[in-house]
Design a binder for this molecule. Structure first.
Ligand code: ATP
Ligand code: MG
Length: 253
């Protein structure tokens, strides 16, 4: 593969693309995953590729929900496994939460490839491969298969780069859904209970840090954070930030 010059202004973004292309060659990511990534990059460009206040607020609440959940599950797809495998495993250990492979385009080879990536990064147990005996109501075919121990009985589910139909179905099942999605306009962002409008590569390390801090807080303080949270306000803030940033940039042309 071509060498990316050290001083290339978009070097980090190019390196992430190369990582995803390699993951596609290893059957971890599907071509559609690359397209989804491109859509995310566009929104990241608009927010300025930095974690903003609205994401920090959502991360704080996500952390509170995860550490007080009875059965929290981190749902992992090909993009998550390629971009943040070590962070997924670390987060699952400190919450603690289960990890489940949950694919839009499910096939045996990919399930196993993703499971292996997670195990290579230290995961002891990965659900969603040979235990998908349950289905999410309202979804069709392979998309709806989930593990009984995992997503099916979870009270809180963390999703990154998820499809809108599946997010909606999980919310209808009564789960608290935390989504990491750079696009505040996606159906996933609009229907999740907590939307972290940020890149998974920045959001997961921050979430890990927050969970570590919050584990030292008193339970009633954590509960207070949860009851004061307003996801609509967070989404509004994200949309407003994007439009204001574009307006500002247009002035300095
Ligand atoms: P929806 O189905 O929710 O209406 P969509 O069809 O536009 O959304 P999908 O392809 O189903 O999008 O889901 C992928 C989502 O993941 C997109 O909203 C995209 O912005 C987001 N995304 C892609 N890469 C990243 C990333 N690295 N970090 C966070 N979000 C990302
Ligand atoms: Mg979609």
């Amino acid at each position: 593969r071509g060498v990316v010059p050290e001083n290339h202004p978009r070097r980090d973004s190019i390196l992430v693309r190369e990582k995803l292309v390699e993951a596609m060659e290893n059957h971890v990511v599907v071509p559609q995953g690359l397209i989804a990534h491109g859509r995310g990059e566009c929104f990241d460009y608009i927010i300025g590729e930095k974690t903003e206040r609205f994401a920090e607020t959502a991360i704080e609440n996500a952390s509170a929900l995860l550490i007080t959940a009875k059965n929290p599950v981190i749902s992992v797809n090909g993009n998550m496994a390629s971009l943040v495998p070590a962070e997924v495993v670390r987060l699952s250990e400190i919450i603690p939460a289960k990890i489940e492979v949950n694919l839009f385009y499910r096939d045996r080879e990919r399930e196993l490839a993703i499971k292996k990536v997670l195990e290579d990064h230290g995961a002891k147990k990965v659900l969603g491969v040979d235990d998908t005996s349950e289905v999410i109501p309202e979804l069709f075919s392979e998309r709806r298969k989930v593990s009984r121990e995992g997503i099916f009985t979870a009270d809180v589910v963390l999703l990154g780069m998820e499809d809108g139909d599946r997010t909606e179905a999980l919310v209808k099942m009564g789960k608290k859904v935390i989504a990491i999605d750079l696009n505040p306009l996606s159906r996933t962002s609009l229907t999740a209970n907590v939307t972290i409008v940020d890149n998974v590569t920045r959001a997961l390390p921050l979430l890990i840090k927050k969970v570590e801090e919050m584990k030292k807080m008193k339970e009633d303080e954590v509960q207070k954070l949860i009851s004061n949270y307003n996801n609509k306000a967070v989404l509004r803030e994200a949309m407003k930030f994007m439009s204001e940033r574009l307006a500002q940039l247009s002035l300095v042309l």
